[in-house]
Design a binder for this molecule. Structure first.
Ligand code: RB5
Length: 149
């Protein structure tokens, strides 16, 4: 499984931890930056990861900023992206099972490393349940189609 991962400066330390963790577990990672502590803009990284997922260059994405909020808002502007901001493991499996989330967003200033790694594990191991959730996601896609012309 190939994971595209990106962060702004505020998410860089947690990104490094997650990249090492995923590589140790045998996942293929595609780290699109940032790579320095220099202040930068989260939408630039959200777009790169979101496009990697949308274009199927990667199976899933992980995005980190200070809160996880800005970077998830930006990623969700890309059609077909369902980025879920998670601070707990219940949300991490529910967003896969019910919402078929394809990007996990995390806030480095919100969750500690241990919780973040548990969330990553849970997200990647959980599966979309389909069924009644399909028609709800179809309605989400309809909203997207209405406004993205
Ligand atoms: C950067 O200071 C911070 O605003 C950013 O990482 C993020 O939390 C925005 O939502």
């Amino acid at each position: 499984m190939k994971i595209s991962i990106g962060s702004d400066h505020a998410g860089l330390p947690l990104k490094r931890e997650i990249v090492n963790y995923l590589n140790d577990k045998g996942y293929e990672t595609n780290d699109i930056g940032t790579f320095t502590e220099e202040s930068c803009d989260y939408p630039d990284y959200a777009l790169k990861v979101a496009e990697n997922v949308k274009n199927k260059n990667c199976d899933f994405g992980i995005l980190i900023c200070g809160t996880g909020i800005g970077i998830s808002i930006a990623a969700n502007k890309v059609p077909g992206i369902r980025a879920a901001l998670c601070s707990d493991t219940f949300s991490a499996h529910a967003c896969r099972e019910h919402n078929n989330a394809n990007i996990l967003a995390l806030g480095q200033r919100v969750v500690g490393t241990g919780v973040a790694l548990d969330i990553v594990d849970t997200f990647l191991k959980s599966k979309f349940q389909g069924g009644r959730h399909e028609k709800r996601l179809a309605k989400v896609a309809e909203i997207e189609a209405k406004y993205y012309k």
